[in-house]
Structures are given as structure tokens and as C-alpha cells.
Design a protein around this ligand. Structure first.
Ligand SMILES: Nc1ncnc2c1ncn2[C@@H]1O[C@H](COP(=O)(O)OP(=O)(O)OP(=O)(O)O)[C@@H](O)[C@H]1O
Length: 624
């Protein structure tokens, strides 16, 4: 080992450590009481750790060496280095990781086995390890460490103590001798339970570190849409009643459909107050005759339902150069109308070798799901004493996987304001519009109702009698017993199937969430690395990041991220990074060899010891 490297390990009051190689054998049998040294001959651990023992003259039964002037880091009962060691190694000051409790005035009952320092040529073979090597290692005491490691960032936020990391009960951790796991661990007292951190079977690990590709892609697409830059050159107002960065969500030129008697355009805009994006429906050239027309908007803004796009507010404005009505809704990036998703004629495509111009027929299961979702939304509105007023394939949005939400609520109430409307008639109209939508979805045709007989025949041919009955009920003549509640009685088992699907979807998403939860834990660890590594200015000690505990951390960082293959090419192996970080976070007893960049020195340390070094270096930083 080069002399220069030695200085990295030097710390005052270090204790000598034995050279131990990573063990792949079964742990040694427990010590018999007779094998222990007489306690009066054994050196007090407090001397080793703190340099003094405050109970020395107060009954501590262990051996306390007389105070020495010289600052030699090697205490009296350290093993005498063998003659085979090179001179540099003999003189090498040794490294002792600080434990999380190092500052504690209380005696520390358990000291982790310390990392060994040796040049590669002096790694002892396993058979050289004799029982006495283990006798110096205190048995693991699960109560010695309370698990609180003071992980506090300077902003006051806390890193959660890892309940599994330090001595959780093996039974609680579910360690039951699973034959798929090797039982060759060094310390039987503290097995690493991989299944608490990742999936139970190694072959699954590769696929389960992150959420599935489909969901990630969809969420990323939404995020991208959310941050699309606003439109320029469209002559849109810079600022609109507290909203800015307007972006049209549909073409504003060319052929346009009317919304009743008016043209309307959807925009995405961002609020100045909270930076959140909203969907703004602008109705052009609308003159508000009385302020009371907005009373319906207030009622709508109080209604929250998973199948209704929430209404936020409404106002009139001249910012577009006309009198416009604007109603503000929650924004759902990448939402499509039912018309766009299913009915709009698609460009011809080859299917089964034939050029197909029509959209494929919607599966019955999907239509049932849509009908049930819409029925729930309509019921919520009717139960609140209101009417939806517009249920149309262009005013129902598909957000995510088959998720429907009614949009444009409240607009018609303002546009066709009546002081005392007959709500029951409006609700009957809702059911009629709902029925027309079911026919449109079943026939892929917005104008299906223009030829009612053909539409009914079409639905009967392709879908079940129950679905046809539901569609016919909805478009039947208004009657006292024709209510949305009545419709639910026709659903029967379909409703239960839909509920099962919903629960399955929740389970699926929770599973996906779990894998991301693990990643958040690793990000916290990486943050700690970032705080500690390469920090020359800290504590007015230019080599703070390069010495003591921090050197171990630096070598570990190299082990995780900066490995090279036999040709000197960087090893970019995400699995290695994730596995190492997981073991580090779990405080595994598994040992690894850390090699300095010049390959002149190496350390054998356990993940647990590296974890202890990181905790101590980080708490040193966060205490300042
Ligand atoms: N709340 C919303 N969040 C996100 N996108 C929305 C929202 N509301 C509407 N959109 C999108 O804005 C676009 C235009 O919606 P709009 O309701 O005007 O439908 P349309 O098919 O253009 O109907 P119309 O012909 O009546 O204007 C659609 O692509 C729709 O997906």
C-alpha cells in the first residue's frame, strides 16, 4: 500500500482491526462462555471508541490502559502485525468507522466489525481465519441501536428511519429459510430480507424496479403535454382574468362546428396564483344579460365526481376583442372526446390483409363500462337537483384507460339561463341524450338516430339483449318511472363486474406505486452521497471528503458507479447500482472489497459499515 494512501485512513484514536476476508462459509459456532477472555483482562470498549471511559473509576469491570502521551492509534491489545506484512502496512494507521452513536456519552454495547485494511496480496484465505478472529466480534445486539439515525436535512425535513435496516426481528421480516435464498450469511442474527425491498424472486427483479413501460409512457406524455409551450402569433390575450400562456386545444381556423348558436373554443391556460393549468371554454360573441346566469356555475363548482370534469369559475371578457363567456374547468392533458376516440372516421388502415376505413366496433365490455360510468355521473347530478344539459360524444372526454368524464357542465345553464327551470324535464332530456350517445357508440355513427329502426337492428345484431334494452329505455318517451335510478336496476351483474374491474385497476396501480416508492428511498440515499462526496471546503479541512469515514464512502461510490471492465471501459450496469444501493440501505452484513483508484489499496467492508459511515458523515454535516 502506498504511504500516501495511508493518510486517508488516519483518524485520531483509531483501533486496530483484524484482516478478514469476505466469508462465504457458515458463521462460526457461538462462543462458549469459557472461550471469552476474563472481563478484567478485556479492554473496555469505551476506550476503543471514545478514548476514555467515564465509568473507569465507577465500577467498570473492563481493563483500562493507563493514559498515554503518544497519540499512537494502536491500543495495547491490538493484534501484533505479522512479520509477513510490509513495513508500510505495519505502520499504517487504521480506520475505524464512526458509528451513529459515537457522540453518545452512554456505553455502546455493540461495535460493528471494522473494515480491514490490507494490500491485495495480504488478503488471508478463508482457512487462515481461526476462531479467535471471531471472538473479538461482539455478538449482534438487536437492542443496541434504536434505529433513529438523526437523518435531518438542514431544511428540517427528515429522512425516515428504515425499520428494516438495523436489527428488525427476523421473524417479523419473514425470514423463514426460503430455499431460494442462500443461507450462507455471515451473521445469522441479521439476515438481509431482499423481499422487503424488491420482489421475492430474483428473476422478477429486472422488471419490477420501475413502473411498467405503458404507464410510464402515458404519464410522461401527459407531463409533456402539460408543459407544451404556449402558442405565439395567434393574437391571443397575454393575460386573461388571472390566466396566462393561452394555448388552443382545437383548431381555431377552417370548418368549425357550432355549440348551439355559438362558436366555442377550448384553451389551456395557467393561473398566476398557483401555476396550475386549467381548461378554458370560450363562447364567442355572447352577451350576458343578467348576472344571475352565473348562479348555476356556483352550484356546479361545488359538485365533485370522478366522472365529471370539475367546474372552477366563469367570467365574461373582452380580451379576445369580442364579448366572450369563459368557463374554467380542470385540465386533463391528452384527453380526447368520445367522438375523437371512437367515432371519428380514421384514415384507411390494413386489418387482416384488408383495407378498412371504419373504426373497429367497440367491445361490449367497454360500452358497459362507459354506460355505467356515465350513469353514475348523471345520477350524482340528478341527485343534486340539477341536470347535465349536454351529454354528447363531443362533450364526454376519455382520460386514461377507458375513463370517462363529462365536460362542458354549466355552460348551457349560463347560455340558456332561466330563472326557474323545470328540472324534471331537463333531467328527462338528459336521459334521452344519454340514450342517443349509447346508440352512437354501438353503431359508430353520431347520426344513428336519424334512422331509428336501422340503429335498433344494428345494436341487436352486434350486442346483447340487455344492452339493447338499456339503450331503448333511455330513448323511450318521458315517464314518471323513467329515472336514472331505474336504469341502475337494469344493470344487474354488469355493475358488479365493473366494480371488480375497478378494484383490480386499483391493485394494479398500487403495485406500480410500490416500485416507485422504493426508488424514492434510493434517491434519498443518492442525495446523501451528493452531500458528502467531493466537499473540500467543509470544516476548514480541505481533505474532509477524502479522509476517515468519507474515504470509505468515496470508495463505495466508485464501487457503485465508477467500475471499469477488463478493457478499462466504464461499466454502466443499472442492476449493479440498484442492488448495491438496496443492500446499503438495508445495512447488509455482506462484505465487498473496495479498491482505490490506483489499485494499490483495498478495504473489505460490509454494507452495514458503509451505511454507518454515511450516517455518521451525513449527521456531521447536518449538525452544522
Ligand atoms: N377539461 C379538458 N381538459 C383537457 N382537454 C379538454 C378539456 N375539455 C376539452 N378538451 C379538449 O379540447 C378539444 C375541444 O373540445 P370540445 O369540447 O370543443 O370538443 P369538440 O369536438 O371540438 O366539440 P365542438 O365541435 O362542440 O367544439 C378536445 O380535443 C378535447 O379533448
Amino acid at each position: 500500500m502506498a504511504q500516501g494512501d495511508m493518510a486517508f485512513f488516519s483518524r485520531p484514536s483509531s483501533a486496530a482491526v483484524k484482516i478478514v476476508a469476505p466469508s462465504t462459509q457458515d458463521p462460526p459456532s457461538p462462543r462458549s462462555p469459557s472461550a471469552k477472555k476474563d472481563s478484567t483482562q478485556r479492554q473496555c470498549r469505551n476506550i476503543l471508541i471514545y478514548g476514555s471511559c467515564k465509568f473507569q473509576d465507577k465500577g467498570c469491570i473492563y481493563y483500562h490502559p493507563p493514559a498515554r502521551d503518544d497519540s499512537s492509534p494502536v491500543p495495547p491489545d491490538s493484534p501484533v502485525p505479522s512479520a509477513a506484512l510490509p513495513a508500510q502496512a505495519v505502520n499504517a494507521p487504521v480506520f475505524v468507522p464512526k458509528t451513529a452513536t459515537a457522540e453518545s456519552p452512554e456505553p455502546v454495547p455493540a461495535v460493528p466489525s471494522f473494515p480491514s485494511i490490507f494490500s491485495p496480496s495480504e488478503v488471508p484465505s478463508e482457512h487462515q481465519l481461526v476462531e479467535s478472529d471471531y471472538q473479538e466480534i461482539d455478538e449482534y445486539d438487536p437492542f443496541a441501536y434504536d434505529g433513529t439515525n438523526g437523518d435531518t436535512f438542514s431544511d428540517g425535513s427528515h429522512l425516515m428511519a428504515n425499520p428494516y435496516a438495523n436489527g428488525a426481528d427476523p421473524a417479523m421480516m419473514g425470514f423463514d429459510g426460503d430455499p431460494l435464498y442462500s443461507t450462507q450469511f455471515t451473521f445469522a442474527q441479521q439476515p438481509l430480507n431482499y423481499h422487503l425491498y424488491t420482489q421475492p424472486r430474483p428473476e422478477n427483479l429486472a422488471h419490477r424496479y420501475f413502473i411498467s413501460d405503458n404507464i410510464r409512457e402515458e404519464l410522461q406524455n401527459r407531463a409533456e403535454t402539460l408543459y407544451n409551450s404556449p402558442a405565439h402569433g395567434l393574437n391571443l390575450p397575454e393575460e386573461l382574468q388571472g390566466y396566462h400562456s393561452l394555448l388552443p386545444l382545437e383548431p381555431t381556423a377552417g370548418e368549425r362546428r357550432k355549440f348551439g348558436n355559438w362558436y366555442s373554443t377550448m384553451y389551456r391556460a395557467t393561473t398566476f396564483t398557483d401555476g396550475v393549468s386549467y381548461a378554458l371554454r370560450r363562447v364567442e360573441n355572447f352577451r350576458l344579460m343578467q348576472q344571475a346566469a352565473f348562479s348555476g356555475i356556483e352550484t356546479w363548482s361545488r359538485l365533485r365526481h370522478p366522472n365529471i370534469i370539475s367546474v372552477r369559475e366563469a367570467f365574461t371578457t373582452r380580451a379576445f376583442g369580442d364579448n366572450s363567456l369563459v368557463v374554467v374547468y380542470d385540465y386533463h392533458p391528452n384527453a380526447r372526446t368520445l367522438y375523437e376516440a371512437h367515432i371519428k372516421p380514421k384514415a384507411p388502415q390494413y386489418q387482416n390483409g384488408r383495407l378498412m376505413t371504419q373504426s373497429p366496433r367497440l367491445p361490449e365490455r367497454t360500452i358497459w363500462s362507459y354506460v355505467i360510468q356515465l350513469a353514475r355521473a348523471v345520477k350524482a347530478v340528478h341527485d343534486a337537483g340539477m341536470a347535465v344539459r349536454i351529454i354528447d360524444a363531443t362533450k364526454v372526454l376519455v382520460t386514461g384507460q377507458n375513463r370517462l368524464r363529462i365536460s362542458a357542465c354549466g355552460v348551457v345553464d349560463v347560455l340558456t339561463y332561466e330563472a326557474h327551470p323545470d328540472v324534471s324535464i331537463l333531467q328527462q332530456e338528459d336521459l334521452m341524450m344519454f340514450g342517443k350517445l349509447v346508440f352512437a357508440l354501438c353503431t359508430n355513427n353520431l347520426a344513428a338516430m336519424n334512422n331509428f329502426a336501422k340503429a335498433v337492428e344494428n345494436v341487436g345484431r352486434h350486442y346483447s339483449a340487455e344492452l339493447k334494452a338499456v339503450a331503448l329505455f333511455l330513448v323511450s318517451k318521458p315517464a314518471p318511472n323513467k329515472t336514472i335510478g331505474q336504469l341502475f336496476e337494469m344493470f344487474g351483474g354488469r355493475m358488479l363486474a365493473e366494480m371488480d374491474e375497478m378494484q383490480n385497476a386499483i391493485d394494479c396501480l398500487e403495485g406500480e406505486l410500490m416500485s416507485e416508492l422504493e426508488n424514492a428511498r434510493l434517491v434519498r440515499l443518492l442525495c446523501k452521497f451528493g452531500f458528502i462526496n467531493e466537499r473540500p471546503e467543509f470544516a476548514r479541512e480541505p481533505r474532509w471528503s477524502e479522509t476517515g469515514d468519507r474515504y470509505i464512502i468515496k470508495l463505495f461510490r466508485d464501487y457503485v458507479f465508477h467500475q471499469v471492465d477488463e478493457h478499462g471501459n466504464p461499466v454502466v450496469n443499472l442492476s449493479h447500482v440498484l442492488t448495491s444501493l438496496n443492500k446499503l440501505d438495508a445495512g447488509s452484513e455482506e462484505r465487498i472489497m473496495l479498491v482505490s483508484r490506483d489499485e494499490q489499496s483495498c478495504l473489505v467492508v460490509s454494507y452495514k459499515e458503509v451505511k454507518s459511515c454515511i450516517d455518521s458523515a451525513f449527521s456531521e454535516l447536518s449538525r452544522r
